[in-house]
Design a protein around this ligand. Structure first.
Ligand code: SAM
Length: 297
């Protein structure tokens, strides 16, 4: 059998089984390609050149077994392969942290093309905080995109920080990324010029409906209370004290724009377009946070 036919067949199995996507892929074919290539010891980028290569019986059996494991366990592919890719950067992953997929990564990686985020940064953007760093992916991608910055990356979970440590070491960035255990801003060392944050923001009703793949991830990384905004409220209240004068906060809120706007109806934010749409990631300046606080008094 040819490689492309094996992937197509495994893709059909995933579809029939009704597994959920969203942890690095959005459809059955891409998920099957990931699992099959990994089982064959191939890199994700090799498919195009090697699609017509013959697959041996052993290889076929290995790939099929991995897809079976994916179907039976309903765990995200990255927990089976212990590897996930974000913006073409590989990350180690296991159940101690969520699978990297933040749309903030697109905005950071776009820096090389002077993308959306650059309009909000200055030559003085040097100190960056990755709040709720989890697997460390945003800290690593930020450090790669902006060679002149240093990053503090914090998380409340020691387990998540252990995974972030593996990723920081893997990309030889320990001289520029410092990992800190911190309940939000409690132990951080501001002021920072840029804060990026993909916090837990899933509301309670959505948490109750999550497919098994999402329930395999730490609830601490996803659950944001009844309207999803528990952590976001604390972040917006405490951020200004850790921001330099011209600093900005880039915050992912997923599908929770309705809840965000209900919780902060008068806060001036800029919505940053990503491949998921233009209402998943927002940017707010320190000035806007302070104005909002004054107006609320
Ligand atoms: C949605 S995950 C984001 C992980 C990573 N930044 C990413 O985008 O893949 C949220 C992270 O927030 C952490 N977290 C939850 N509550 C926290 C708190 N009070 N203070 C700091 N981190 C917290 C969780 O442990 C989890 O790693």
């Amino acid at each position: 059998m040819k490689l492309i036919d094996l992937i197509t067949a495994q893709s059909a199995r995933l579809k029939t089984a009704g597994v959920s996507f969203g942890h690095g892929t959005t459809n059955a074919f891409d998920e099957a390609a990931w699992l099959v290539l990994w089982a064959l010891g191939m890199e994700p980028g090799e498919l195009e050149a090697k699609a017509q290569r013959e697959v041996g019986d052993d290889e076929h059996a290995r790939a099929e077994a991995l897809v079976t494991q994916r179907i039976v366990s309903r765990r995200p592919a990255a927990y089976l392969t212990h590897e996930a890719w974000l913006q073409n950067v590989p990350f180690y992953v296991d159940e101690r942290t969520i699978v990297p997929r933040s749309f903030i990564a697109e905005l950071l990686a776009d820096a090389e093309n002077e993308g959306t985020l650059d309009a909000w940064l200055t030559d003085r953007t040097q100190r960056v905080l990755d709040l709720c760093t989890g697997n460390g992916s945003l800290a690593v991608i930020a450090a790669m995109a902006y060679p002149e910055i240093t990053v503090d990356a914090c998380d409340i979970s020691q387990d998540a920080l252990a995974v972030a440590h593996i990723n920081v070491e893997r990309h030889a960035l320990s001289a520029r990324i410092t990992l800190l255990q911190s309940d939000l801003f409690a132990n951080v060392r501001g002021p920072y010029d840029l804060i990026v944050c993909n916090p837990p923001y899933v509301n309670a009703a959505s948490m109750a409906l999550l497919p098994p793949e999402y329930r395999a991830e730490p609830a601490l990384a996803l659950a944001g209370g009844s309207d999803g905004m528990d952590l976001v409220r604390r972040i917006l209240a405490d951020a200004p004290a850790q921001m330099s004068d011209e600093a900005v906060l880039v915050l992912e809120i997923g599908n929770e724009r309705r809840h965000f706007e209900r919780a902060h109806p008068r806060l001036e934010v800029a919505w940053l377009p990503t491949s998921a749409g233009d209402d998943q990631v927002l940017l707010v300046t320190r000035d806007a946070l302070l104005r909002h606080r004054r107006a609320a008094r």
